[in-house]
Design a protein around this ligand. Structure first.
Ligand code: NAD
Ligand code: 13P
Length: 355
């Protein structure tokens, strides 16, 4: 069997800096890990890892040219070297043309447009892994993004999710992640691509459970942000996390009965990601500012995230739409209250009124 060729599909550059590490996003982190492993595991992977980067000008030069000369994103990631085999490419189709393994890591808002460009243009034998946290809801239909990618591109797709705040991984602080697969061989090859001494990967035959935990914990993190904005303290936050975990499980049992119970407690994608996002994620941060200031989420996203995208408010809205179609909104009191605070001007102090 030949070597695998890896490509990273993100859309590049944002306000990323190791001096302000909370602004680091995941695309470059994933590319760094894959690049390190492709460089070392020469029997398995082709050495070069193309990374689709959204093009822009820095001091009159293309950002992609600068990255490829200096192996550093001088504008957005000064001081953090990419392995030299990670090659920035502003042309999406050119970046993926040889790929047999696709790493897809973009905010879920931008996935449909990106998949439309890729449709029919990739190796039909390629396999993908989605690092996207969210769900697609169209009326009474819901899909995890691994399934959306399979449907649109006609290839198998696994899901990687875990307690993975990007800046900590880029600093090579130890963390764990989970890969959910439908075909074990896919789980094994992506495990080899991502596993590092500082980034431990477990694989589990539960692509739905891994994906849904990654999506729904963002709603719970919004609730924890409201809690923090109101200075309600740690006992309340723990209660929100406990109730949130139960609602995540209930949702999966009702609508995705093949999800494994063990994923919620034994996998990094489950309770561990819930905890890290509720303590240190962007959803928590922006929701805290909303409770403190009353400013709309869109404004705070721009003011606080420097172009990065919140996932949790969109997911709260999408899950609410789905539950409404299913007549089950009242079975999920925390999800319902988060939606009402974020979108219907309910005061944040009502957060625990139904719990
Ligand atoms: P981000 O929010 O940091 O970055 C925003 C990205 O969107 C940029 O790369 C930008 O170029 C791109 N973009 C902006 N407008 C666009 C457009 N019109 N079309 C296409 N792309 C556009 O992204 P991220 O943090 O890397 O998140 C990507 C996914 O990874 C999300 O689903 C997120 O939940 C997940 N994730 C993130 C982290 C993290 O700590 N950052 C951790 C785990 C998973
Ligand atoms: P935020 O999007 O809230 O920063 O969460 C990142 C994440 O998913 C950590 O695993």
């Amino acid at each position: 069997m030949g070597k695998e060729s890896v490509a990273v599909i993100g859309s590049g550059a944002l306000s990323i800096s190791l001096s302000t590490p909370s602004s680091l996003h995941l695309q470059e982190t994933a590319a760094r890990i894959a690049g390190q492993n492709a460089m070392e595991k020469t029997d398995l992977f082709e050495r070069d890892v193309p990374m689709w980067v959204f093009q822009e000008q820095v001091d009159g030069k293309n950002l992609t040219d600068i990255i490829n000369e200096k192996h550093e994103n001088v504008k957005y990631l000064p001081g953090a070297k990419f392995p030299e085999n990670v090659i920035a490419n502003p042309d999406l189709l050119d970046a993926v043309k040889d790929a047999t393994l696709l790493i897809i890591v973009i905010p879920h808002q931008f996935l449909p447009k990106t998949l439309a460009q890729l449709k029919g243009k990739i190796n039909p034998n390629a396999r993908a892994v989605s690092l996207i946290k969210g769900v697609e809801v169209v009326g009474a239909d819901i899909n995890i993004f691994a399934k959306v990618i399979e449907r649109e591109l006609g290839i198998r797709c696994s899901a990687l999710s875990g307690a993975n705040i990007a800046n900590e991984i880029a600093l090579e602080k130890f963390s764990e992640t989970s890969i959910g697969y439908t075909d074990r061989k896919d789980g094994e090859i992506f495990q080899k691509l991502f596993d590092r001494p500082y980034f431990r990967v477990s694989i589990v035959e539960d692509v739905e459970g891994v994906s849904l935990c990654g999506a729904m914990k963002n709603i719970v993190a919004i609730a924890c942000g409201f809690n923090d904005g109101m200075n309600w303290g740690d006992n309340t936050k723990a209660a929100i996390m406990r109730v949130g975990l139960l609602e995540m499980k209930r949702f999966c049992q009702l609508f995705f009965p093949s999800c494994k119970d063990a994923t919620f407690v034994e996998e990094s994608a489950g309770v561990a990601d819930l905890i890290t996002t509720c303590l240190g994620g962007r959803n928590r941060k922006v929701a805290a500012a909303h409770a403190e200031t009353g400013k709309p989420f869109e404004q705070l996203e721009q003011e606080l995230l420097g172009g990065q995208r919140l996932q949790g408010t969109g997911t709260a809205k999408e899950i609410h739409e789905y539950l409404t179609h299913k007549g089950k909104v009242d079975d999920f009191p925390l999800f319902k209250t988060v939606y009402e605070i974020a979108f219907e001007n309910k005061p944040a102090k009502e957060l625990t009124s139904r719990l």
